[in-house]
Write a protein that binds this ligand. Structure first.
Ligand code: TGC
Ligand code: FAD
Length: 384
């Protein structure tokens, strides 16, 4: 299923697909078994420039349009969701926020290094006691006489947290609720900044997930993103519009991988004297998945189209994220089913697809939160 792509977008898609098949897919199962970080993929993302694809050209990035970014992320999601998460947190959530809200000095300080991947970014919103409701977060930023701040607080489940050079850190500068939160750009090597690896994840076993603990971390006034207090939740939720578009793309890619794997396996595997692909109920698994892949892709490409046209894409992003994440779990589950017992061992990727898909209905706003966002937009009544 395809809509018409421009020649440039088509070229991006082909180049990324080829690179993903060469570099990302081959070590992905072994990396998952060993919980090994996909270093070759990260090196390759730097060499190809994919790591800075959407950063403005004036800061050394690729200046890519939203649909090209979606194509990149979909292919990465097809190859290995671990690699996808490194990129979309670095680019979409962190660099994207600096590009959108940063002062000229902040852009100059961070974006050139992020465009090459020399510095990776992470996104510090979730806290141990505040996940779905970040407006109540408790990390603090206390203003000092010199205009700088002292930061304290703990962030949990932070993708790239141990490998990033800069954290977009949301902390309370004063007052309760969303308006009391501000966004800071904090170097991860600051004195008092500690990161701890989170182990034992159900899926996404080879990418980095961290707990970040900040104890009296001192930053100058230049660390306040955009130079304005009280914008932290808005900064975060705006970034998450892009994050949700990206997750729609990643889940489309994962569901496509599950579909490809099912088609290939069921044509080879024989039972009752014929390929299992010849049994109608097996074809049902394939057909259901194929339709869901198309739906997920169309919903996600629509978000990119709205963004390209400068229209509000937040509602469309929530719909795409909600649908594609749930669809990717169903696709991966169908893939396991079509593989029979072989779907339950790690010789085939089916089990990895299911474990990697599972988190996508949880992060970047759970499915329940997406449904409440959609319901609020349609009715004008907030259930929060
Ligand atoms: P609310 O009162 O509605 O709004 C607060 C301020 O934000 C503005 N705003 C938005 N701006 C842009 N886009 C949107 N979609 C926006 N939604 C709200 C709003 O205008 C307001 O601005 P201002 O200037 O008036 O102050 O906020 P709320 O507290 O009612 O929001 C509720 C809710 C539940 C929708 C929100 O808190 C939410 O989305 N919660 C989910 C949290 C979440 O998604 N966390 C994700 C963490 S990051 C992550 O998971 C990365 S995973 C890594 C990977 O992908 O690999
Ligand atoms: P909770 O908010 O406690 O929710 C628990 C359950 O209650 C969910 O089912 C939820 O849907 C439901 N619930 C909560 N409120 C409501 C309501 N009002 N109505 C109905 N149901 C409700 N965060 C970051 O900031 N940066 C990252 O890079 C990042 N990466 C992550 C990587 C991984 C691998 C994981 C697992 C998480 C990551 N997160 C990150 C955190 C993620 O965004 C949160 O886990 C998610 O937002 C949910 O928050 P919570 O875990 O506190 O769950």
């Amino acid at each position: 299923m395809d809509l018409t792509l421009s020649p440039e977008q088509d070229a991006v898609r082909k180049a990324v697909k080829e690179w993903v098949d060469d570099v990302v897919v081959p070590p992905s199962l072994q990396n998952d078994r060993e919980e090994r970080f996909p270093q070759e993929a990260l090196d390759g993302l730097r060499e190809t420039g994919f790591i800075g694809m959407t950063i403005s050209e004036e800061y050394g990035g690729g200046g890519a349009d939203p649909l090209s970014y979606v194509l990149l992320i979909e292919e990465l999601g097809r190859g290995d969701a671990n690699v996808r998460s490194i990129v979309s947190v670095h680019l979409g959530l962190c660099a994207g926020s600096i590009d959108r809200w940063g002062t000229p000095e902040q852009k100059q300080q961070w974006l050139p290094q992020m465009a090459t991947g020399e510095v990776l970014g992470c996104f510090g919103l979730t806290e141990p006691d505040f996940g779905s409701n970040p407006a109540d977060l408790q990390s603090t930023a206390v203003k000092q006489a010199d205009g700088g701040y002292v930061l304290n607080g703990t962030k949990i489940f932070i993708t790239n947290g141990n490998i990033a050079g800069v954290t977009l850190f949301m902390a309370r500068t004063g007052g309760s609720g969303a308006r009391g939160v501000s966004a800071f750009l904090v170097p991860n090597d600051s004195p008092g900044f500690e990161s701890r690896k989170i182990k034992g994840k159900l899926g996404l076993r080879s990418c980095d997930t961290a707990e970040l603990i900040l104890r009296d971390v001192k930053v100058g006034p230049e660390a306040l993103l955009g130079g304005e207090e009280g914008k932290g939740i808005r900064v975060a939720l705006t970034a998450l519009n892009d994050g949700r578009m990206s997750l729609g793309a990643s889940c489309t890619g994962l569901a496509q991988a599950a579909l490809d794997s099912m088609v290939s396996y069921t044509k080879d595997r024989h039972q009752f004297g014929k390929p299992i692909a010849g049994h109608q109920l097996v074809q049902e698994l394939i057909a259901d998945t194929a339709v869901e892949v198309d739906c997920a892709r169309l919903l996600t490409w629509r978000v990119a189209d709205l963004k390209t046209r400068g229209e509000d894409y937040s509602l469309a992003a929530s719909k795409a994220k909600y649908y594609a994440s749930e669809a990717s779990v169903r696709a991966a589950n169908n893939c396991v089913q079509a593989h029979g017992g072989y779907g339950y061992i790690d010789e085939y990727p089916a089990g990895k697809y299911l474990r990697d898909a599972r988190v996508t209905t949880l992060y970047e706003g759970t499915s329940q939160i997406q449904k409440l966002i959609i319901g609020r937009a349609l009715t004008g009544i907030s259930a929060f």
